[in-house]
Ligand binder design. Structure first.
Ligand code: SF4
Ligand code: SF4
Length: 133
C-alpha cells in the first residue's frame, strides 16, 4: 500500500464509528433464528421420547416422574449438543425450542453443562431423591 493511501485511510477512519462490538460490556440482541440452548415446555410433553431417539449426540434424556400424569424432567447435556435443532423439528407437540437469548454458555466446570428442565416440584423431587443426578 502506498504511504499516501494509507494516511488517507487513517484520516477517514478518525471520523467513522468503530466496527468492533463492545462485547461483553454492551450486548446486541442476537438474531431471532440463532440456535442457543435448548428450551423445554413440560406442560406439552407426552413423553413419547422421539426427541431422545432422534438426537444424534445423545444430548437429552427424559426422566419419568409420573407417567400416568405425564410428568417428566428433561436432562440436557449442553456440552454434547451440536445445536442441530433436529429434536425441535421432530417434536410434534411443540415442546422444544432453541433460545436466542441464552447463548453465552462458557463455564469453569463441567457440571454447569448438565441442566434439568421441568416443573419446579418435579425437579425438586428428582434432585432430592438423586442428589448426584
Ligand atoms: S418429542 Fe416432544 S413430546 Fe416427545 S418426549 Fe420429546 S419433548 Fe416430549
Ligand atoms: S439440538 Fe440436536 S444435538 Fe442438541 S439436543 Fe437437539 S437433537 Fe440433540
Amino acid at each position: 500500500m502506498r504511504l499516501g493511501a494509507m494516511f488517507g485511510d487513517m484520516f477517514r477512519s478518525l471520523f467513522k464509528r468503530p466496527v468492533t462490538e463492545l462485547y461483553p460490556f454492551r450486548k446486541e440482541p442476537a438474531p431471532s433464528r440463532l440456535r442457543g440452548a435448548l428450551t423445554y415446555n413440560p406442560a406439552k410433553c407426552t413423553g413419547c421420547q422421539l426427541c431422545v431417539k432422534d438426537c444424534p449426540s445423545n444430548a437429552i434424556e427424559l426422566i419419568t416422574i409420573d407417567k400416568a400424569n405425564k410428568r417428566f424432567v428433561m436432562r440436557y447435556y449442553m456440552d454434547r449438543c451440536t445445536f442441530c435443532a433436529q429434536c425441535v423439528q421432530n417434536c410434534r407437540f411443540g415442546c422444544l425450542g432453541m433460545s436466542n437469548e441464552q447463548w453465552e454458555m462458557a463455564a469453569l466446570n463441567k457440571e454447569a453443562f448438565t441442566v434439568h428442565y421441568g416443573r419446579e416440584e418435579d425437579l425438586q423431587k428428582l434432585l432430592s431423591t438423586n442428589p448426584h443426578e
